[in-house]
Design a binder for this molecule. Structure first.
Ligand code: URA
Length: 232
């Protein structure tokens, strides 16, 4: 609570603690005196009778570096939330997951509905990955990856788009997000992923100047485009 009030511009952490102590803050109509009170971000919060304007839904893009786990908490490993320095992370979740050794674009939000839809196979949100592979991916393998391949699940993968760039790296665009999907698809064509990076997620593209480990809030336009991605 004290962090939320400070983030919303109500004062410094100690000033907002004083406002709380004096009973000036209400949560859904009830006085709240505790700075450490957990808030989900959905409540109506008032300070000295004025509604506190804070964004109900928050969206961040992170350039996840290798070596960090996509989880909200972990007893031993550094998590993606640990990288969102200075952000109120209690209600944020990653949208989908990237493996510990995968880097690239990861969206984090407290908008559960949007996250759910972005991950739903129903909306077919494209994710583009760049993979360096143990062996060159030949035309025949590209065709197999594109058509759909048996990776040991009950169904083959959905049609994808597969290309090799001038550096011999694979650019694979898939619409699903099955566990270790890209690595398993490459294994199914007798290859192996050595390095994996997610370049895009729906209409969101990893900016070239967003370094590994860095993050930023989505712009209004990016949020709008994401909503558009799942409106069909
Ligand atoms: N596919 C994988 O195999 N790993 C990832 O992290 C993402 C997609």
């Amino acid at each position: 609570m004290d962090k939320l009030l400070a983030d919303a511009g109500m004062g410094t952490r100690s000033q907002v603690k004083e406002l709380l102590r004096r009973g000036f803050v209400t949560v859904d109509g009830a006085v709240c005196k505790k700075g450490e009170q957990k808030v989900s971000g959905q409540e109506r919060i008032c300070c000295q009778g004025q509604a506190v304007e804070y964004a109900r839904y928050r969206y961040y893009m992170l350039h996840k570096p290798q070596g960090v786990v996509t989880a909200t908490r972990d007893a031993r490993e550094k998590t993606v939330l640990d990288l969102l320095k200075g952000v109120h992370t209690a209600d944020l979740s990653p949208v989908g997951r990237l493996d510990k050794d995968t880097e690239g674009l990861l969206l984090l939000t407290n908008d559960g509905e949007l996250a759910h839809r972005l991950l739903s196979p129903k909306y077919h949100v494209d994710k583009c990955y760049l993979a360096r592979t143990a062996r060159p991916v030949e035309a025949e393998a590209l065709a197999v990856l594109e058509q759909g391949v048996d990776i040991g699940d009950d169904k083959p993968t959905l049609p994808a788009v597969a290309k090799v760039n001038e550096q011999g790296e694979l650019l694979l665009t898939i619409r699903e997000g099955r566990y270790h999907q890209v690595k398993r698809m490459l294994r199914a064509v007798d290859n192996e992923v050595l390095y994996l990076k997610r370049l895009s997620f729906g209409s969101l593209v990893l900016p070239e100047d967003l370094e590994a480990g860095a993050f930023r809030a989505l712009t209004e336009e990016e949020q709008e485009r994401l909503r558009h991605d799942i409106s069909g």
